[in-house]
Design a protein around this ligand. Structure first.
Ligand SMILES: [Zn+2]
Length: 341
């Protein structure tokens, strides 16, 4: 099985495979095998040969080192040659924040292995999001000594106010504000103030698995303190993939299921999160498409428009694999959320 960018019958894909392989092997040869010894100097020398800055070279050394420390991922990479330099850099930079990162090797290798023929290779941003989601949420109870709120004077009579939270909460707040701000003229700061004063109601879907872990649709984990808060206050619903209606609009339970299944926009490589996406009838309602999760996908506004204007067509199968038809070519995406399809 191969990713679409490694398709054996596509000459352009095969040239891409060749270039990625050649470029990576060049970096592997240029990377000093003894870590740390004289990296700065080595990077300057390599940079001189290639017309690159030492910091760009150091990032590539780190990318090669990361591969050497992830045997399962390295094996998959050398089987497919599906990852270009930006994707390799995404892996090493996402892991640079993690302790003992070889423990994530198997999970990363699996994420970077195609599960259907002609699947879209994960984008650099998708890879970064996935790896961040693997890491344990930070333990807030350990953090009590430190300020979780900071207020710092900024320039031009402004002040920066920040709050330290888990990745899950921060990404929900930021993306939610962005989605709200894009609807109207109210600036994000004003929206945040309105939310703090209780003047806006915000509804968010989060998902609890059998073990009680609470995650966002895309998989970011809440800290234990946040999870306890959510368990006490959030309204619960049991979701079903089989729900259906004769109406055009998806019910809110269906929307919650589809968001949790897909996680983000289903266009190849897109990472727009669930709450900023529309729900799309894969087979259009007026052409007989049902209003039910098995005929639905998340699409960001941009990709939804692209589809609606018929520049692209797609179909969905019983495992919620979406096949996009782009000109003469086909490319597939698998659901990226926390709920099984
Ligand atoms: Zn999109």
């Amino acid at each position: 099985m191969f990713y679409r960018n490694c398709n054996l019958d596509d000459d352009l894909s095969q040239q891409g495979v060749f270039l990625r392989r050649y470029e990576y092997l060049m970096w592997e040869e240029a990377t000093p095998t003894v870590a740390g010894s004289n990296w700065e100097m080595d990077a300057l020398e390599v940079g001189a040969s290639l017309g690159m800055s030492a910091s760009a070279v150091l990032n590539r050394f780190s990318a090669v080192y990361t591969m050497w420390n992830l045997p399962a991922t390295y094996k998959v990479f050398r089987q497919h040659w599906h990852l270009d330099i930006p994707r390799l850099l995404a892996i090493s930079s996402a892991l640079s924040e993690a302790d003992n990162y070889p423990q994530y090797d198997e999970a990363i290798a699996e994420f970077l292995t195609p599960s259907v023929e002609d699947e879209a290779v994960p984008s650099a941003r998708q890879i970064r999001n996935f790896i961040r989601g693997l890491q344990e949420p930070f333990d807030q109870s350990q953090d009590e000594e430190e300020d979780q709120l900071w207020v710092v004077p900024a320039t031009n009579g402004r002040t920066a106010v920040g709050v330290v939270s888990s990745d899950a909460t921060a990404s929900l707040i930021r993306e939610r504000l962005r989605a709200e701000a894009s609807k109207g003229d109210v600036p994000m700061g004003e929206l945040l103030l309105q939310m703090l004063q209780g003047n806006t109601k915000v509804m968010l879907n989060v998902y609890e698995d059998a073990s009680g872990t609470i995650r966002t649709a895309a998989g970011a984990q809440f800290s234990e303190i946040e999870a306890t808060w959510l368990r006490e206050r959030a309204a619960r619903r049991v979701l079903s993939r089989d729900e259906t209606t004769d109406a055009y609009r998806f019910t809110s339970r269906m929307r919650a299921f589809i968001a949790g299944r897909d996680g983000h926009c289903r266009y190849p490589g897109c990472t727009v999160p669930d709450y900023a996406c529309d729900i799309d009838h894969v087979l259009e309602f007026d052409r007989g498409g049902k209003t039910t999760p098995s005929n639905a996908q998340l699409l960001c506004r941009h990709h939804h428009n692209l589809k609606t204007y018929k520049r692209l067509t797609c179909s969905i199968d019983e495992h919620a694999v979406v096949t996009w038809h782009i000109g003469e070519k086909e490319i597939r995406t698998t659901p990226g959320g926390v709920l099984p399809p």
